[in-house]
Design a binder for this molecule. Structure first.
Ligand SMILES: N[C@@H](CCC(=O)N[C@@H](CS)C(=O)NCC(=O)O)C(=O)O
Length: 310
């Protein structure tokens, strides 16, 4: 894998060497500009391009937000091929993953086009401004927060995913879900000792148990209304039984084993546009791609048959 240093793609080993000898001092770029009325970037439909990957849960949050609000026309999307290479995320004309905006071959070239001095990881989601040719944001949490407000006027289904009255409850769930579920499954899957695995897997299921309890009393996490907290939980639920359960050894229970959580997950899946953001087969192949540590032979197991209909 690799990342960028001063606008150039370097592999991690090279970057590590630069760090070790002290010559590399610049902090990684963080791209956190705002789109909105009166903000640095005006909310003009069609002006911004979202770069996403089907198999990235952070990109999935943004794709979900876009789908739930009906912002498909306002925010066009380009998908990278759902497998990382030694060039990081790349496009692949043969399989239909093209950068039809800039015609680049790799996502790091999009980053370099938008910021010739970019230093940092080359991640999805990324929002690029077609008017100034600059990078707007590569932080999914910011995008989930800003896009519904910025594009409320053109949304086919306007939704306030962060209503004032529920903010403290949403913040509480966001923090818990981010640390213990969204990242928790990765901490479980990437653990390199029994004790690291034990504590990560415990947290994943303790949190899913708490969510199950909550959903036994409430239709959504923060109350009667769909919010950001639900949008942030759903990508991990979608990948859980087909990928995390086996590939990341999150195998105490499947989502289908939780009556309330499973009903809730299917309810979200049934909302307009949501099913179109989900690619179970891509998750399975992505999480079982060859890895020296986790899947040295690269064998992709068969998937359980799961009916997501309500
Ligand atoms: N903070 C970012 C994290 C995004 C992220 O980690 N994306 C992963 C894919 S799931 C990625 O592109 N990783 C490439 C890399 O780190 O080199 C966000 O939430 O938007």
């Amino acid at each position: 894998m690799g990342q960028m240093l001063d606008g150039l793609w370097v592999d991690d080993a090279a970057l590590g060497a630069i760090r070790a000898d002290g010559s590399w001092t610049r902090a990684p770029s963080v791209i956190r500009h705002q789109i909105g009325e009166g903000a640095e970037f005006p909310p003009v439909p069609g002006r911004y391009r979202l770069y996403a990957a089907w198999n990235c849960p952070w990109a999935h949050r943004v794709l979900l937000t876009r789908a739930l609000l009906g912002l498909g026309d306002a925010i066009p999307v380009s998908y990278v091929a759902p497998a990382r290479t030694d060039q990081g995320w790349v496009f692949d004309r043969a399989t239909g993953y093209t950068d039809d905006l800039l015609g680049k071959a790799a996502l790091h070239e999009v980053y370099a086009a938008g910021d010739p001095d970019y230093t940092g990881r080359v991640t999805v989601p990324l929002v690029y401004d077609t008017v100034t040719g600059t990078l707007v944001s590569n932080e999914s949490a910011d995008l989930v927060r800003m896009l519904p407000r910025a594009f409320a006027g053109v949304a086919r289904r306007p939704l306030d995913l962060y209503p004032l009255a529920l903010r403290s409850e949403i913040d509480r769930w966001n923090d818990k879900i981010h640390a213990k579920v969204n990242n928790g499954v990765y901490r479980t899957g990437f653990a390199e000792s029994q004790s690291a695995y034990d504590s990560a897997v415990y947290e994943v299921f303790a949190t899913l148990d708490a969510i199950e309890e909550r959903l036994s009393q409430s239709p959504y996490l923060a109350g009667d209304q769909l919010t950001e907290a639900d949008v942030r939980l759903f990508p991990t639920l979608a990948g859980f039984d087909v990928a995390y359960y086996i590939a990341f050894k999150c195998c105490r229970r499947r989502i289908t084993d939780y009556p309330h959580l499973w009903r809730y997950a299917r309810g979200l899946y049934a909302l307009p546009g949501v099913a179109d953001t989900v690619r179970f087969d891509i998750y399975r192949r992505g999480y079982f791609s060859r890895s020296d540590k986790r899947n040295p032979l690269g064998i992709v197991p068969t998937a359980p048959v799961i009916d997501w209909s309500l």
